[in-house]
Design a protein around this ligand. Structure first.
Ligand code: GDP
Length: 424
């Protein structure tokens, strides 16, 4: 089985978790290669309903090895809370089925504080951070001002390293934000209560992956968020602070030379966007509320109502290109069943011109959606499992989207459960 990446094509929350959960049956290893606890992957299976934040979504499959790669924002405190939660629901986590890269950088306790302090300082100019410390973490990672997970095995050096970092970070906390400084006692407590819990899972995952690859094992790379949140290719500065694109999977996983044969891009049958930033196709009022309710569009991590809109062909085509997607999973088609007419954002209008190319982020503020309407199917499709059984209007909608975005739609999801899927 070839290597595959599962990625988001739009703003995130497309249903990647359910796709990874479904596809893991064909893979030996699942790797999370970027991001942290700032988004949630919802998985519903026979063990229950789970909102995963950092754990790979392959954790529910027996025999699958799950890896947190070097590219993730490893928050020991929250990871342990999440691990405990899934273990309490009967999911076994052992150093055999969960491995954490010794090269993953640790999200330190002050990263969450800094997120909160900066959002307070920004007040109404805030970016809508989830306050999980992700942006301060990645800034520090690239300044080489954090700790690698593997350093937890070297207590003496760790203590000295933490003391240096604390001295430096206390300057920002106290002098810039007027906040309380950290003490070594606080950090030692954090090491004892949070870091030590995850110690048994930390290892050289690069070596493990190399061996797995050499012995012909298949690897699934699981991304968080979507193309439009990618630090380099998204709607900067309303992006996340890491690369959400498949091209980053080899770097962030621990297999820099890996060849990714398949990229499955997950697209929702309509659009959603959490937090601030330009969202050209946004719907408002009752129309938006109805769609939000039908799709239950409230953030898995924050519970925030998501902004909603029709599928955005301009943004989705761009997302497909950025991810170099080879196949698409179109999710939540069932959510549109209540609509008599289905709106689609076909183009943007920018400065009086109709455009099809996703514009530079600052120009998005001036772009207007050009909407066209398709016939709805107006019946429950959530029980359908074969393509030929879908109503004609639903098939027409899927085929139209497929053609417009230039990538084959191989999966059509009609419900959140593992088997609510049509494979074409
Ligand atoms: P992710 O971050 O991309 O994994 O997406 P989320 O998990 O945040 O959001 C997807 C939500 O939609 C979850 O609550 C899923 O259970 C749900 N979901 C996924 N696919 C479908 C589908 O085809 N139909 C319906 N009704 N819900 C779905």
């Amino acid at each position: 089985m070839a290597n595959c990446a599962i990625v988001g094509i739009n703003w995130g929350d497309e249903g990647k978790g359910r796709m990874v959960d479904l596809m893991t049956k064909d893979y030996d290893v699942v790797v999370r290669f970027q991001g942290g606890g700032n988004a949630g992957h919802t998985v519903i299976n026979e063990k229950g309903k789970f909102a995963l934040h950092l754990l790979p979504s392959g954790i529910f499959r027996e025999g699958v090895v799950n890896i947190l790669g070097n590219g993730v924002a490893l928050d020991p405190e929250n990871l342990w809370i999440e691990m405990k939660d899934v273990m309490e629901k009967g999911v076994e986590l052992t150093p055999e089925n969960l491995k954490i890269s010794d090269r993953a950088s640790l999200l330190l306790p002050w990263h969450r504080d800094l997120d909160e302090l900066e959002e307070q300082r920004l007040a109404d100019k805030k970016y809508g951070s989830t306050k999980q410390g992700i942006a301060p973490f990645y800034s520090d990672k690239y300044q080489k001002k954090t700790i690698l997970a593997g350093e937890l095995f070297y207590p003496e050096e760790l203590k000295a390293h933490l003391a240096d970092l604390m001295e430096w970070k206390n300057l920002t906390l106290t002098k810039v934000y007027g906040a309380k400084p950290y003490t070594m006692e606080m950090l030692e407590k954090w090491v004892e209560t949070s870091c030590k819990k995850i110690l048994p899972y930390i290892c050289d995952t690069g070596a493990f992956l190399k061996k797995a690859q050499e012995s012909g094992k298949s690897i699934l790379f699981e991304a968080q968020l979507g193309s439009l949140r990618d630090l380099d290719y998204g709607i900067y500065p309303y992006t996340t602070s890491s690369n959400t694109t498949a091209a980053y999977a080899p770097i962030g996983s621990g297999l820099p030379g890996a060849k990714i044969d398949r990229v499955v891009g997950v697209v929702k049958a309509y659009s959603t966007c959490v937090g601030e930033g330009p969202f050209v196709c946004e719907m408002f009022g009752d129309e938006a509320e109805e769609l939000r309710k039908s799709g239950f569009e409230y953030g898995a991590k924050t519970g925030r109502p998501r902004r909603v809109g029709p599928i955005d062909i301009v943004a989705t085509r761009y997302g497909v290109e950025v991810q170099a997607a080879t196949a698409i999973a179109l999710t939540k088609l069932d959510v549109l069943s209540y609509m008599r007419k289905i709106p689609v954002c076909m183009h943007y209008e920018l400065n009086g011109e109709i455009i099809d190319r996703f514009p530079f982020p600052a120009a998005l503020n001036y772009a207007k959606p050009v909407i066209e309407y398709f016939d709805g199917w107006n019946c429950d499709i959530s029980g359908i499992r074969r393509w030929e059984d879908l109503p004609r209007e639903a098939k027409d909608y899927v085929c139209f989207v497929e053609k417009a975005i230039g990538c084959p739609i191989q999966y059509v999801s009609v419900g959140p459960e593992r088997d609510s899927i049509i494979i074409r």
